[in-house]
Structure formats: C-alpha cells, structure tokens
Design a protein around this ligand. Structure first.
Ligand SMILES: C[S@@+](CC[C@H](N)C(=O)[O-])C[C@H]1O[C@@H](n2cnc3c(N)ncnc32)[C@H](O)[C@@H]1O
Length: 214
C-alpha cells in the first residue's frame, strides 16, 4: 500500500490535461460529475481543513476522498494529512482516475464506486476511516442511492472521525438538498453547514459531520 509521502511532482500543479480529462468526463456523464469545472482552491482547502494534521506519536490516520476527479481536492488533503497518513482517493471514472494517478500525489487511487468503500478499506487491511471527504454530487442522486451512500459512509467512519461533504449553494433549498440534509441528520449527531464560497464555480458550501449515529 502506498502512503502519503513525498510527491513525485510538485503537488498542486494541475495541468491542462487534468482540466481536459475533467471536462471530457463531465460531458460523458453530466449527472455523475455534476459540474464542468474542478473545485476551486478555496473550496478544496475548506474541505481538506477537516482532516486532522498528523501528530507525533499518533497512530497512522486513514483519510478517504470520495469522487476525487482529477485531484483538485486530493492535492490539498495530501498536503494537510502529511506523510504518516494513508490517503485513499476513490473515483468512478477510469479516465479521470488514470489522470489523477499520473499526478503522483502520493495517494492510493482506486477506480471504483464509492458504495464499495467497505470492500476498499478491507482490501487495504483497514476497518474504518478517520476522515472522509466527499465531493460526490449527492443532490443529483435518487433518494435510495443518497441514503445508501450516507449509510456506507456512516458505517465506515471511526466514532471519533469526521465526514465532510461539498454541496452547491444554489441548490440549498431544493427537495433533494433537503433530503440530503435529512439523511445527514439521521446519520450523524452533529451536522454543521459552512458558509458559501461564492467565487467557486459554481458557488459551494459544505457540511461537517461528526459523531456517527450507532
Ligand atoms: C463534482 S466532481 C468532483 C471532482 C473533484 N473532487 C473536484 O473537486 O474537482 C464529482 C466526482 O465524483 C465522481 N463520482 C460520481 N459518482 C461517484 C461514485 N458513485 N463513486 C465514485 N466517484 C463518483 C465523478 O466521476 C466526479 O469525478
């Protein structure tokens, strides 16, 4: 298993190829990608900020990203998590996952559906994650799928862990966004919405969730 370590390339150096791979995937699967552009740096940093910084003497923390795309958020998580962490980035689209692998961020890139998170953790000899960061387009998903994914995340999160999910601000009051919040509130004792980042395209906010319900 590869740990977060010294990147082979300067992390953050997103290339034109990454952006092209993202756009191609967005045109191929608009409902799965949910936007034409990767997350902006402010949103990426906001999401990564929930990942605890590595502390001396601490056990190796496990960080998972769901819907990693071409790595706009992965790069910030890798910076934050530090070389002693295990970072697993899950991306369903094979072309984007391949592009992300080529960026050499030191994360384990898994081409798979986020629903298979328990199997992915088990394949890596892991049980739970300390932090899970989602950039999945939750509000575009049908209710049953939304529920299934939140359930998988709740069960995979360490009781002291943190889960954060990005969401687009414009859809905050839509029925699917309300349903997503209800799912989060059913599954976590603490759900905190953050302010919007208005200069992200499109504007986005996030939820920070702790204390998974048993
Ligand atoms: C809004 S994009 C975010 C991409 C990237 N993290 C960023 O912030 O720029 C959503 C990503 O989730 C991926 N995705 C959608 N459904 C997925 C699923 N069930 N499992 C894994 N990845 C999924 C899409 O292919 C896409 O790359």
């Amino acid at each position: 298993m590869r740990m977060v370590g010294e990147p082979r390339k300067r992390p953050g150096s997103d290339t034109g190829r990454s952006r092209a791979a993202f756009l191609a995937a967005a045109l191929r699967s608009p409902l799965e990608v949910g936007t034409l552009l990767p997350s902006g740096r402010a949103l990426a940093r906001r999401l990564a900020a929930v990942v605890p910084r590595e502390a001396a003497g601490q056990r190796r923390q496990v960080v998972v990203e769901l819907g990693a795309g071409t790595g706009a958020v992965t790069v910030e998580i890798a910076r934050r998590a530090g070389p002693g962490s295990t970072l697993i980035a899950i991306e369903k689209d094979a072309a984007m996952a391949e592009q992300l692998r080529s960026r050499g961020l030191g994360a384990e890139i898994v081409t798979a559906d986020a629903l298979t998170l328990p199997e992915i953790l088990a394949d890596h000899g892991l049980d739970r994650a300390d932090a899970i960061v989602s950039v999945l387009p939750f509000t575009l998903l049908p209710p049953a799928r939304q529920r299934e994914l939140v359930e998988v995340i709740r069960e995979a999160l360490h009781p002291d862990g943190v889960f954060t999910a990005a969401a687009y601000s414009a859809g905050y009051w839509t029925p699917t966004a309300r349903r997503f919040r209800d799912e989060l509130q059913r599954s976590f004792h603490e759900v905190v919405p953050t302010r919007s980042i208005w200069d992200n395209v499109p504007p986005a906010m996030s939820y920070i969730c702790r204390q998974p319900a048993l």
